[in-house]
Every structure is written in C-alpha cells, then in structure tokens.
Design a protein around this ligand. Structure first.
Ligand code: SAM
Ligand code: SF4
Length: 338
C-alpha cells in the first residue's frame, strides 16, 4: 500500500508516455527553452509495464495516460492494451489534445478506455490556432463529437484560462455544455516555472495568466440560465461542477487551491522514468535508474513506499512555489505529464 505521512492513500497514477507533442500550447511548450528528452532516455514499453505492475502491487488501481501528447507515441495502443491486462487495474483513462483521437477512438473504446479528457482552449478557430501554435480546431471538434457518439463517458473538455479568453469565449463554452453531454472544465493556469518567461505575441503572462476569474465565469453562467452546484464529483479529480438547468453537460473548475491537496491520491510517472509526488515538488525517485541497474521489484517497492512518505502535505510546501530559484528539475508541463 502507498500511504503517505498525511494518511492519503495513493491509488491513482498519471502516466506520461512522451514529452513530445504535435501542438505547442504557449503555456506548456513555449517556442523557446524546451529541451526534448533523448529517445534513449524515455522509458521503453517493457519498462513502463514493469513499473505499472509494481505500482498495482502497491495498490494503484487507476491509470491516466497523458503526455506530451500520448497519441503520438509510436504503438501507444499496444502499450495501453498491455496496461489494461495488468492485474489490479480497474480504470484506464486518457488525456489528449484530440488532434489524432478520431483515428484511435474506436480501438481505445474497445480496449476499455471509456473516460477521455480532451484539451480545447478556445472555440474560436483563430484563437485556438494562436494558443496551440498552429492547431486546427476542426480535428478536435470532430474527435469530441465522435467520442460522444460512440459512448465515451464522461467526455471532459480541459480549457486553460488564458488571457486569450474573453466573456464571449466563456459564453460559447457554457452554451456548448448546454447542447452537448460534455464537462467543460475551466482550469486555472498552474504557476509552472516557465510561465514567467513566456512571451507569445501579445500575451505576456505572469504567474496565473488568466484575466477571466472563476467568479466572472459564474456571473456569465447566471446570465445564461439558472444553475446549481453538483453534489457528486465526476471522476476522481480535484474539480467541482455546476449544471445549468436543462443542460446536457456541466461546467467545472480546477482551481489552483492548496485545499485540494488534502484529498490528493495521485502519483506521477514522467516519460524519462522518474516518479513525482506532486506537480510542484523538486524531488523525484529515479525508478528507471533502479530498473536499468538491475534492482529487484521487491527492493523498488520498499523504496517507493518510503518515498511516498515524503509527499508534501500540500503544494505550498513545495520549494517551487516558495522559492522558484531552488528548482533542480525542469518544470515544463509536457515533461511532467499534465
Ligand atoms: N497533450 C495532452 C493535452 O493537451 O491534453 C495531454 C498533456 S497536457 C500537459 C495535459 C493538460 O495539462 C492539458 O489540459 C493542458 O491544457 C494542461 N496544462 C498544461 N500546462 C498547464 C499549466 N501551466 N497550467 C494548467 N494546465 C496546464
Ligand atoms: Fe501539447 Fe498538451 Fe502541452 Fe498543448 S497542453 S503543448 S497539446 S502537451
């Protein structure tokens, strides 16, 4: 069992299978400064399977495949299949930018991937292109409709609140959630190190780059219709949701709030084979080094159990949020796995 010093049971693994991406969202993979991991440094499929098996033997039950863009890793479906076959995995889900999703949708569904998060930061094709460094929104929209059609449930739309979004954009997203059975999740931008240095056209962000606040979004919702807070959570994450009267879907928020850390049940495996206990933490456990130097599973398990005890109580206890210069580890979201 993986239980930390604050009695949190860790049963959810976010598995980042690549740091590469077919888009360049400015807040995640800015044009300058990104260093991609050498291919030889990436965990191989065999290594990933071994690590996931070790984790399941320690109580991990849910795995979310992410990246970078997971669907660009060669033969990713074979990897996902082999993960679904590991004893103890009860839930496997995916986070994707949706560009290639159409191509793999049916196979993913057949493999049991029934919960998919799709990133879409604007419903305006021009803004979408600017935010993503050239992405074509049509591909993502088509993936979303087909995902709904074949019965992916829930389909969650991840929308990072950047200063590209104005009130009209937010209204469009809210109306989208009325018409379609999707959960729109507005995500407050996480203060990763690179954000301070981003310059992207007219955008210069510092810290939380959003100009649209959560209360603003709620006031826009109010103008559109009556809504209520949903009691039950959708999935396992730190989001909270609202539903507008008569709507097919819902609107949720993922805020950068330390209070959610109390319920954190996750651990992350980065594409280069390190284990992270928090998005903001400096410490990593190099599980790849252990595997490649021939350490046995039972020793690795013992060390992981010990490592998990060092999970920070909350994000505010992480050096990165207190002293940004202290970091030894690159903090680009594509390298950690969002
Ligand atoms: N490429 C896939 C995608 O875009 O969905 C999966 C990886 S991406 C890193 C996962 C999620 O992290 C996306 O929804 C993305 O918008 C979000 N993300 C990336 N950088 C972020 C940041 N600084 N703050 C908040 N969310 C961020
Ligand atoms: Fe790629 Fe996802 Fe990062 Fe955008 S958020 S650059 S799609 S990994």
């Amino acid at each position: 069992m993986l239980i930390d010093n604050f009695n949190r049971k860790i049963d959810y693994l976010r598995l980042s299978v690549t740091d590469r991406c077919n888009l360049r969202c400015f807040y995640c993979m800015p044009k300058k400064g990104i260093k991609l991991i050498n291919r030889g440094e990436l965990l191989t499929f065999e290594e990933i399977k071994r690590v996931v098996k070790i984790f399941t033997e320690l109580g991990i039950k849910k795995v979310r495949i992410t990246g970078g863009e997971p669907l660009i890793r060669e033969n990713v479906l074979a990897l996902i299949k082999s993960i679904t076959e590991i004893k103890g995995i009860e839930d496997i889900s995916l986070t994707t930018n949706g560009v290639l999703l159409n191509k793999y949708l049916m196979q993913l569904y057949d493999l049991g991937v029934k919960r998919i998060n799709i990133s879409l930061d604007s419903l305006n094709p021009h803004k979408y292109r600017m935010i993503t460094g050239g992405g074509d929104m049509k591909q993502v929209m088509s993936s979303i409709s087909n995902a709904i059609k074949i019965g992916i449930n829930p389909v969650k739309i991840n929308t990072v609140l950047t200063n590209f979004l104005d009130e009209d954009d937010i209204s469009q997203f809210i109306k989208f959630s009325i018409e379609k059975p999707v959960s729109i999740r507005f995500i407050e931008m996480m203060p990763t190190i690179v954000l301070d240095d981003i310059e992207c056209g007219r955008i210069r962000t510092t810290g939380n780059g959003a100009i649209i606040t959560i209360s603003k979004i709620l006031s826009i919702m109010k103008k559109i219709g009556s809504y209520c807070k949903m009691e039950e959570s959708i999935g396992y994450g730190p989001a909270f949701y609202y539903k507008l009267a008569g709507s097919e879907g819902s609107v949720g928020f993922i805020i950068n709030n330390k209070d959610y850390c109390r319920y954190c049940n996750r651990i992350r495996l980065t594409p280069k084979g390190t284990v992270r206990l928090c998005l903001f933490s400096d410490d990593e456990f190099n599980i790849k080094a252990k595997i490649r130097s021939g350490v046995s599973d039972s020793i690795i398990k013992r060390e992981l159990i010990k490592f998990v005890k060092t999970k920070p109580e909350s994000r505010i206890h992480c050096a990165k949020l207190n002293n940004r210069n202290s970091t030894k580890i690159p903090d680009y979201m594509n390298q950690i796995g969002g």
